[in-house]
Write a protein that binds this ligand. Structure first.
Ligand SMILES: Cc1cc2nc3c(=O)[nH]c(=O)nc-3n(C[C@H](O)[C@H](O)[C@H](O)COP(=O)(O)OP(=O)(O)OC[C@H]3O[C@@H](n4cnc5c(N)ncnc54)[C@H](O)[C@@H]3O)c2cc1C
Length: 348
């Protein structure tokens, strides 16, 4: 039996496990958070469900679409309403010709992680951070070539193959400290460390009333406004009770970076002020509760050098995630995981 260790239970890591579900491989996925899904993240408060990382998964990949609409379809819902745009002056314009389906789940997009976890049949150890990695080599006295994965609680797992799926800066950090004496290690660290990231705040603002508006979301088209994105969670079936409204606001990367260390209530008030101005709606200044989520490594701005990453296979080391394919999107991360899993399956 081949043992595969996967670090990270975002959609990429779980995609790897899913692709290996019908092989003989014994797959263990390590996830430092208590829940799976990674940046496809959902929170709950009172009777509201809201997606605080990715807002939805698009149908830009035929294969992922087939999977979502097929085996992972339980609870899948389509977001209702179009995305409109606004510019630096706060001028709102109708539509951007993007009416493709935007999927989430009735329980929130994190359910995609739960569905993948179930369908994969893999062992998923949540609340378990991988703290150290070591390469074991038959040439230096180990029983066989492979990897030793050490967790924050001091547990160890021996694996024949290792897949790293955390965001590139964390992957670079893990590899940089790995006990692995090979020049390839440095090349892989550099490849991951070179990927530039955007930092984003995600601010949920709840209001005890609902306004009738013609769009699901507003996106800043010229990337020159303090806000990048404002969406209405009530457009997702099952997310917000009738008569209430929950806005998910993603300020621009610059605004997010500048206010990253501010207190939650300061961030929420400042975001609500900008929303009230944008929507020209004084009622929006006064939310009744808010929730702030910080994503330091929110979105990769480009991909890592694939040729370098592919050389990892010589040492039974593989990579998956949005930063591997250079597209900060749920469907791209899942596709990356499926393809990496299939690549490993070919070697079994
Ligand atoms: C605010 C925001 C809005 C977005 N909006 C959209 C959108 O609308 N549509 C869209 O398609 N995409 C969107 N995205 C991007 C999308 O969320 C990501 O591209 C995708 O979820 C990445 O999945 P992944 O599996 O590659 O990485 P992740 O989801 O980051 O998974 C990596 C996992 O590794 C875990 N991990 C890290 N280090 C360790 C360790 N040492 N040990 C164990 N576990 C570890 C992490 O906790 C995490 O769960 C958005 C992202 C953000 C942050």
């Amino acid at each position: 039996m081949t043992r595969i260790a996967v670090v990270g239970a975002g959609v990429a890591g779980l995609g790897v496990a899913y692709a290996l579900r019908e092989t003989d491989a014994e797959v263990t996925v390590f996830e430092r958070r208590e829940s799976v899904g990674g940046r496809a993240a959902t929170r709950r408060r009172d009777d509201c469900v809201y997606d605080v990382g990715a807002n939805y998964c698009k149908d830009d990949d035929e294969r992922v679409t087939g999977l979502l609409a097929g085996e992972l379809a339980d609870g899948l819902v389509e977001t209702e309403g179009p995305v409109w745009t606004f510019d630096a002056d706060g001028e709102i314009s109708e539509g951007r010709g993007d009416d493709a389906p935007k999927w989430t789940y009735r329980e929130g997009l994190a359910a995609l992680g739960d569905r993948l976890r179930e369908a994969s049949g893999a062992t998923v150890r949540t609340g378990t951070e991988v703290a150290a990695l070591a390469r074991e080599s038959a040439a230096t006295g180990s029983e066989s070539d492979g990897w030793r994965v050490e967790t924050d609680s001091g547990d160890e797992l021996a694996a024949d193959g290792l897949v790293l799926t955390p965001p590139a800066p964390t992957t670079a950090y893990l590899l940089d400290r790995a006990d692995w004496n090979d020049p390839l290690r440095g090349d892989l660290v550099d490849a991951a460390a070179d990927v530039p990231y955007r930092t984003l705040l995600s601010v949920a603002l709840h209001y005890p009333y609902r306004a009738d508006l013609p769009y699901y979301a507003l996106v800043n088209a010229d990337k020159d406004h303090d806000l990048g994105w404002v969406s209405r969670e009530e457009c997702k079936p099952g997310h917000v009770p009738g008569g209430e409204s929950l806005l998910v606001v993603q300020p621009s990367p610059e605004w997010s970076r500048n206010r990253y260390d501010d207190a939650d209530d300061e961030i929420a008030v400042a975001a609500a002020d900008r929303v009230a101005e944008l929507l020209d709606d004084p009622d929006r200044y006064q939310f009744d509760w808010a929730d702030v989520v910080r994503w330091r490594d929110a979105l990769p701005d480009s991909g890592a050098d694939r040729a370098t990453l592919d050389r990892g296979a010589d040492a039974d080391l593989f990579f998956a995630g949005d930063w591997v394919v250079g597209e900060g999107r749920v469907h791209a991360a899942l596709r990356s995981g499926l393809e990496t899993g299939e690549r490993i399956a070919e070697t079994l």
